[in-house]
Design a binder for this molecule. Structure first.
Ligand code: ADP
Ligand code: MG
Length: 710
């Protein structure tokens, strides 16, 4: 937007903004004039207050705006009720009388005494032969009797937007401030190249900004919004593309060509099963990245159980084949240990920790100091080839001798700062190849933005022979609960195991939901006194958590009561029953992940969703009817919005003011294409200085810094 000095000026310099109003604006994040103009109305919440019409011919039952004078007031206080009705006798400019009533606004007569010239907007009603308006919108207007109405359009908007507001600073007040700024604002110079504007049929910037705030007509709003959404997403995508170009030109990568007789190749040949076609494609794609001199930045996205671990193991062995080290970072200790075990099992045919086999070690925060020191020393000396661990692997003291490949499992579980620290683990000043993995199914438009600088591979196939998991929704208080417990007892007798997941750790007065602690007490004393019932939740010390998981894995514990700590990745093939209490409290993707904890062996598996909220059944029934994570994510998106899929703050993505990555998915794709073309031709946008300025202002390098993944 042009006129930088005025727009970047303090909002407190505006007439009528001081003290409380300034505080209230600050609370809405508005400190400059530009912030105010970028405080957009809620989408779809514009009210058409009706055409200006003489009351005598106004359509009864419709929204109208009448202009005239207040002739006098009556204030009525009906006995026995806490109610005041202030009734104005209003005459429009043709002399037609209308009764205008305000409820519980006793100050009205003082504010607009007889003789005030006003416009009133509302739904016109007729009672016997009297015309009435109740609780209308009232605006004082200038001008003498009989001026005509054309000039009034300046004062009274026919279409009224609703702004995100606070009690102290209501929407109407914000609207008035913005209208004042727009009136004084010189016409804005458009930063968007005319070619793009024409290609997408977009209105110009000045028009868009004025119309989104003060549309003359409801039909004005959408084109204005389209233009501003396009701007926002184009600037973001240009920022992302520029950053990617800069990273690639700065950072030299490492060469990791595949060796014909290397560990990685032997590993694939030694597997007890055939990799799926999707796994083979992923391996081929990653092989291309690894052997190129550009640092790899790839996202491997695959539903629960699609077999991402195998692909990661292969990539890490390729580093080893090239004389380098590799690290796998997992979000929890339980998962790190599980990966460590899995790798030892997968690599067994090649001999683990023997002379010519891979050397795999674990590093977590809770390791005894002595062992930890030993691992660190061997790592720095290059004696350990593959390291698996929690974010403990990111600490300063963890020095690799020659790190080549980094794998991040369940990357959405890591914060921005974790990912930023990975890039400091360099070898010879070169960036390692980075593979991030996630089981969170996110739609393409989100992936393109949240992971704007990553290439994306999707494992869209499950290994053969997986059993469908029978899923049932049951009301919490149902008698079927007892039958279910009998069923659990039968399965346990056959060597199988069950999870019971609760939304809370301990009972809470505020939340009416089942807690893991009370469920554990109930199950172990009243329902299954003869079985061994475990308990695991996030507040337990790491050792207790591990001990509980280990006992469950080993079969010493047959029923494990847990919170969502078991949500990601935990792999116990004998677990066949997943019971989720108060299922309505979880997101669909979360429920899907939890369900993915069973059905990992060859026995038939079951998932029971207990719900205390029968109204939520549509969502839970959808879960019962499909195991396709992507389909479920879409349902979740419709019901709960973008926040259900990923945490925007954790993603490092700057806030979008107007655009929605989901609703505006088509614009996301279009702007990505436009941005790629612009940046490929002219990386620093030298031929588009205005656009360059706009991109720098909105999504300059430092604002995208947090997105760095390697
Ligand atoms: P996720 O993608 O959820 O991390 P895992 O890598 O844990 O999935 O794999 C889930 C299970 O499937 C593991 O027990 C693994 O050994 C097995 N698996 C992986 N790939 C195949 C395959 N191609 N054929 C058969 N089983 C496989
Ligand atoms: Mg996994």
């Amino acid at each position: 937007m042009g006129s930088p000095t005025f727009l970047d000026g303090d909002v407190r310099a505006l007439a009528g903004v001081a003290g409380q109003a300034a505080d209230a604006l600050a609370r809405l994040g508005i400190t400059t004039v530009r912030d105010l103009l970028e405080h957009y109305p809620h989408q779809g919440r514009y009210r058409d207050v009706g055409a200006f019409v003489p009351a005598g011919v106004a359509p009864v039952g419709e929204a109208v705006t009448l202009v005239g004078h207040i002739r006098g007031w009556n204030v009525i206080r009906p006995r026995g009720k806490r109610l005041t009705i202030a009734k104005a006798r209003f005459a429009d400019d043709d002399g037609t009388m209308v009764e205008v009533a305000f409820f519980n606004q006793p100050w009205r007569p003082g504010r607009h005494p007889a003789g005030s010239r006003v416009a009133v907007s509302g739904t016109l009603e007729q009672f016997r032969d009297r015309l009435q308006l109740s609780n209308p919108r009232l605006t004082e207007v200038e001008g003498a009797h009989g001026d005509g109405h054309a000039d009034l359009l300046e004062d009274v908007d026919r279409v009224v937007p609703t702004y995100p507001a606070t009690e102290r600073l209501p929407s109407a007040r914000i609207g008035a401030l913005i209208a004042g700024v727009l009136q004084d604002l010189p016409s804005l110079v458009d930063h968007l190249p005319a070619e793009l504007r024409e290609r997408h049929g977009l209105v110009d910037l000045d028009t868009a900004l004025r119309r989104i705030h003060r549309p003359a007509d409801l039909d004005d709003v959408e084109p204005a919004r389209q233009r501003l959404v396009y701007d926002e997403l184009l600037c973001l995508q240009i920022g992302l593309q520029q950053r990617r170009q800069r990273l690639e030109s700065e950072a030299a990568g490492l060469l990791h060509p595949s060796a014909a007789a290397g560990l990685a190749t032997r590993f694939l040949a030694s597997l007890p099963f055939e990799p799926t076609a999707a796994q083979q494609d992923a391996v081929a794609g990653i092989a291309g990245d690894l052997e190129s001199a550009k640092p790899m930045h790839r996202l491997l996205q695959g539903d629960v159980g699609s077999g991402k671990t195998l692909v990661a193991a292969w990539a890490m062995l390729t580093a080893l084949d090239n004389g380098r080290q590799a690290v796998l970072m997992a979000p929890t200790e339980v998962l790190s240990e599980q990966h460590h075990r899995t790798f030892q099992r997968l690599f067994a045919p090649m001999g683990v920790n023997v002379l010519d086999g891979p050397r795999v070690e674990l590093l977590t925060g809770s390791m005894p100091t002595n062992r930890r020191r030993g691992v660190l020393a061997e790592l720095a000396a290059g004696d350990i080839g593959l390291l698996i661990g929690t974010h403990a692997v990111l600490e300063e003291v963890v020095r690799f001798s020659n790190l080549g490949v980094v794998v991040v499992d369940e990357q959405h579980r890591f914060g921005v700062e974790h990912r930023a620290r990975l890039r400091d683990k360099r070898y010879d000043g070169n960036a390692p190849d980075v593979l991030v993995m996630t089981a969170t199914p996110i739609p393409r438009s989100l992936a393109l933005t949240v992971y704007g600088d990553l290439d994306v591979t999707v494992l869209d196939e499950l290994p053969p022979g997986r059993q469908e998991i029978a899923t049932r929704v049951i009301e919490s208080g149902s008698r079927r609960r007892e039958r279910l417990y009998e069923f659990v007892r039968e399965r346990v007798a056959l060597g199988e195991r069950a999870y019971v997941v609760c939304p809370l750790v301990e009972d809470s007065e505020a939340l009416q939901a089942k807690s893991a602690e009370s469920m554990h007490a109930h199950l172990s004393t009243e329902v299954f006194p003869d079985l061994s019932i475990g308990l695991v939740h996030g507040r337990l010390p790491a050792q207790d958590k591990d001990a509980a998981m280990e006992a469950f894995r080993a079969g010493e514990v047959q029923v494990l009561v847990a919170t969502t700590v078991i949500e990601v990745g935990v792999d116990v093939p004998e677990a066949t029953i997943m019971i989720i209490e108060d299922a309505e409290r979880f997101g669909m993707s979360q429920l899907h992940q939890l369900r993915g904890r069973v059905g990992r062996g060859s026995a038939r598996s079951y998932c029971v969703l207990f719900t205390g909220d029968p109204d939520d059944n549509a969502r839970l029934e959808a879960l019962a009817s499909t195991t396709d994570g992507f389909k479920l994510a879409e349902v979740d998106l419709e019901v709960r919005g973008e926040g259900s899929l990923f945490d925007t703050r954790q993603s490092g993505l700057p806030d979008l003011r107007l655009a929605s990555l989901v609703r505006d998915a088509a614009v996301v794709s279009a702007t990505r294409d436009d941005a790629r073309r612009l940046v490929a031709r002219d990386p620093e946008l030298e031929s588009h200085p205005l656009l360059r300025g706009e991109v720098a202002r909105r999504y300059g390098e430092e604002r995208l810094e947090a997105l760095r993944t390697g």
